[in-house]
Design a protein around this ligand. Sequence first.
Ligand code: ZN
Length: 419
Amino acid sequence: MTATLDPEYRQKLLDRFLRYVKVDTRSDEASETSPTTEKQKDLSRMLAEELRELGCDDAEMNEWGIVTATVPGNHPAADTIPTIGLIAHVDTYFGTSGENVQAKIIESYEGGDIELNSDQVLKPADNPNLEKCIGHTIIHTDGTTLLGADDKAGVAEIMTVVEWLRDHPEFEHGPIRIAFTTDEEVGKGTDHFDVEAFGADYAYTLDGSDLGEIEDETFSADTANVTIEGHDVHPGYAKDKLVNALRVAAAIIEGIDQRWLPETTEEREPYLHPYIASGNVTKVDLKVLVRAFSVEKLHEREEHLKEVIAKVGERFPKARIKVEFEESYRNMSYKIREDPKVLDYALEAVERIGVTPKRQAIRGGTDGARLSYMGLLTPNVWAGGQNFHSVREWVSLEWMSAAVLATLEILQVWVEKSA
Ligand SMILES: [Zn+2]
């Protein structure tokens, strides 16, 4: 890495991050409310307030806990420069405790094991990125909670960008819109996101992991809803009559090609993932996630599932089996390819700060994928966090600082290409 962030802002970035991780902002998958937990607003409120202190007069939090703010363009030709959105999410993962987070800091990591507590140790063998972070400031947990770098690293980075811009009026940029969203971890991060009101032409989420990572591809995703109707009869008198929907479901699950499961695939391979089966002898609802990068591969997997169901249907002719495919989201690269400069400028900016950009495909979805289909192209930039959703979560302050620099450089590239 050649360019480095001024030590003053590096310190401010750290202070912000440590302040934000103290706020428990776990969202809740089981909740029906919006936001799914009120406590997410504790951080949102803080951020809106801090943004106002940083000079964003219009900073506000809405009823869903989403914070928005504007950094007006200061370039003489600002109205010819596209408005760039910077987005991160305030909530953390519901499945791991996020209460009373005790962040620990190693000022200059020398390599080797990091003991979190008597049970939990971070080992370079399981965390190859630790070796790349020798000499860095490492922030980790006490091994009992998550850290919340996903995505408070992104939040702190964007806030530091805003502060840096306020202190450097000589740095000319176009209009910038900031958004901090809620409920990303439960897949509802964009449910109340008003793309039109946000008013950005292009955006970036700071929610990725490793230094240099730019993600412009996500899975394409469908859910298969399989309904199986059996025929219940008193089991003592069931010979040649009983059709057990549970056994039919088991046969379908077992019939799926073992080579195409989440536990047997990686990188660009698609999968089928039976993840919910509920019911009884009479009726079973089976849900299967279908995931692939291309829509063609997605449909291939769906055809396979249909074939499995047809075969099982022959074995259980009296069972009634139906399958319906429900679209969840599509690979955002289909959209980004229509106007690839949003990606190209980010890759150029990363190179300019002396980091090798790594284009990554996410084996999942992002808020950016949904936003891209809502009309706001939004690739994902690294935020630095490692071991997301785990008590072994950690982050390098240097990788966070590099994300701040990369974001500033992205703004610079947009000016050069547009003004
Ligand atoms: Zn995240």
